[in-house]
Design a protein around this ligand. Sequence first.
Ligand code: UDX
Ligand code: UDX
Ligand code: ADP
Length: 480
Amino acid sequence: MVKICCIGAGYVGGPTMAVIALKCPSVEVAVVDISVPRITAWNSDQLPIYEPGLDEVVKQCRGKNLFFSTDVEKHVFEADIVFVSVNTPTKTRGLGAGKAADLTYWESAARMIADVSKSDKIVVEKSTVPVKTAEAIEKILTHNSKGIKYQILSNPEFLAEGTAIQDLFNPDRVLIGGRQTAEGLKAIQALKDVYAHWVPEENIITTNLWSAELSKLAANAFLAQRISSVNAMSALCEATGADVAEVSYAVGKDTRIGPKFLNSSVGFGGSCFQKDILNLVYICECNGLPEVAEYWKQVIKINDYQKNRFVNRIVASMFNTVANKKVAILGFAFKKDTGDTRETPAIDVCKGLLGDKAQLSIYDPQVTEDQIQRDLSMNKFDWDHPLHLQPMSPTTVKQVHCVWDAYEATKDSHAVCVLTEWDEFKNLDFQRIYDNMQKPAFFFDGRNIVDANKLREIGFIVYSIGKPLDAWLKDMPAIA
Ligand code: UDX
Ligand code: UDX
Ligand code: ADP
């Protein structure tokens, strides 16, 4: 029986290993983590992450060939294949601060593997890492090897949160990079055999190590670039009277461009796009390519611009002040069907409104009040360091209220902002919401999910991203 151990029971490690266990009954999978609460949650009925379909997969395999444990060393010792799926946050200080990936967790995992191993192992990079990380890991392992042979593979994960299980069941492709030596090719084949249990052979791509590492950063940069491109168009649409949804549809009909990832929004978020692009920027700078670095930096700059533009629009249309006004925030997660708030545009939008002294009433179906308060009291980049949390600032606590219902959030408010496209927000009783709000009642749709004309008929003043502005908004122009 092949034994797999995955270090890191997070958004990537947890779902990926659960699906491997489900699809490969002959493989024993142990997911390990240093965080006791995380592992306790994986072993309970309340899994630590919300992901449609995940509960069923875990229930089917847990205790049979899928185990969650904090005994990291025992399971690494026993494994043939060790996946490393620990966090790689952006460095907050020192060389490359604000851009480079912090490999502290990775390095400590590698040193631990070298310490406890007594047999040859395949070590698989699962977390997104900068190009050439495998070389560093290889050095750490071989310099501490005590005669044990290691093969390093890069097997980046392309799943998107909210659709993780579906993405893992039917991946567009699985990518495996490894050394092009006899031993390297053998290791690639061993990992390929695992995925071949359910992924068609033609969808398993094998490459050299560096191509696999770079393809992950490149794919995320290309996806994010599309959103920044369409968001840049949304500003032009508002200025000209074009409708960004019509423009996206017309452009996306060209099969060379395609319809996906052209939804204009308040900005992209998530643990990957910004971090990976910043990483790419840093790698370009380190390789003496400042023009290429600057090119990709623009994708992030347009994303920041889009979030600022949204806040400016809100404040400008509400007579240039939101001080002490109750503003309802519907949705805080970075997209629907997840409780993840890493880099969510809601953080910047809420901070912008708090800066203008608004009173926020926030509702998200999957994000806890604790998480929201923490996100809003932390500096950028701190979110990935849960062990070094700062205390909440007293102002944030006073200005932010979290409630468990959209109607409660919007009651007596001056404005409603939709920041996440949860399905339940599409079919709210908007008449009821309007009746319980201050007038004029404003509705700012950061995800373009509501029927703006229907809301206007009720009496709302509605702003949708990249759509023709109504007379009110035209009269109160926002400075971007
Ligand atoms: C383009 C649009 O494709 C077409 O829809 C529009 O109506 C007119 O402009 P065209 O300029 O004739 O058509 O050629 P196209 O095939 O799009 O190529 C444009 C340039 O891009 C060429 O120099 C081509 O060599 C280059 N190209 C295209 C690449 O460098 N790489 C590619 O993958 C595709
Ligand atoms: C992404 C990549 O899709 C995935 O391949 C990679 O492995 C990890 O990063 P994820 O961050 O889970 O996945 O979510 P994704 O669906 O890509 O959305 C990212 C952000 O872009 C979200 O905030 C989403 O709301 C936003 N988005 C997406 C848009 O604003 N418009 C779009 O058209 C698509
Ligand atoms: P991702 O989104 O990439 O899955 P997460 O932050 O959700 O990232 O998960 C990473 C996990 O890795 C965390 O649960 C963290 O506790 C765990 N981790 C970090 N370092 C180690 C380590 N040395 N050994 C075991 N687990 C670790």
